[in-house]
Design a protein around this ligand. Sequence first.
Ligand code: NAD
Length: 343
Amino acid sequence: WRINMKVIVTGGAGFIGSNFVFYMLKKHPDYEIICLDSLTYAGNLSTLKDVMDNPNFKFVKLDIRDREGVYKLFEEEKPDVVVNFAAESHVDRSIENPEIFLETNIIGTSVLMDACRKYGIKRFHQVSTDEVYGDLPLDRPDLFFHEDTPLHTSSPYSSSKASADLLVGAYGRTFNLPVTISRCSNNYGPYQFPEKLIPLMIQRALNNEKLPVYGDGKNVRDWLYVEDHCKAIDLILENGKPGEVYNIGGHNEMANIDIVKLICDYLDKPYSLIEHVTDRKGHDRRYAIDPEKIHNELGWLPETMFKDGIKKTIQWYLDNKDWWENIISGDYQNYYDEMYGKK
Ligand code: NAD
């Protein structure tokens, strides 16, 4: 069933979804990839410009909450696989306005799975996050998240993702829908929206602007190069077992403040640009994934070392200023000013 597969990638105009589209078109030239995206503030059609003419690629502007539209698309296209990246993804925004997170991340996921039930599907894959496990204390470096670690969320964002994960499990068990879930740590790489830590710091450092770091900056995240995440999802589609959850992580834990300092070093900017701002409400201290299962069962290992990935990423932002300069003008700038105060 791997020949000529038709794969719907939702959220394919966003950061990880677009990288997944590029990866799949290259890795599987016999697959047809349909990107379904409603183009929220985080979705960007210009990201997909290099694949728009690819005969194996199609873009459909559609909201995953639009049941009628989604059913119509499934009826016309009869996809084999759905990979669901579409989500509201920014924790800070979920604290300001939780409702849209519940609508897209929970209701949207159930609409997609209902379409899968109605029209038949070989696999529904849900792209989830390590944030569903809550956080770990900084002074217990021996503790990691395993697939059976209880869900214990802190933000409206992570709660909406955890709710979706529970629903996906329920559709698998109740309706025999062939579902898989992956829970990945923090991604970095090209095309990440400039509200997230790494691109935010790169673009502000380049402009010699203050670098806002939450609280003491000691919060620890496990960073994975986006292409390694895409490879893991492709492996799960090919060899993962329906009903299973797979953790994906790079064993690359770093404190936020150290990442910001590293970016300053690469760009030859002074640490005096760093400004500690009031901590995020409910800010999780440490996330750390144990990726043993996907390694042992599917042979996945991250291939990009952080020191190489971060260099590549910084260079990409230097080479693609047009992409992010367009984004940080207008609406996004207004949002930034509201969140962190005017420059
Ligand atoms: P992103 O915000 O960059 O992209 C989200 C995309 O979804 C955008 O293109 C947006 O237009 C689209 N979208 C939003 N609401 C939609 C709707 N109702 N209908 C259709 N499209 C809609 O997000 P990202 O960082 O690429 O994350 C993708 C997925 O991966 C999310 O599900 C997120 O929870 C998960 N994830 C992200 C990370 C990370 O570090 N970024 C880590 C683990 C898991």
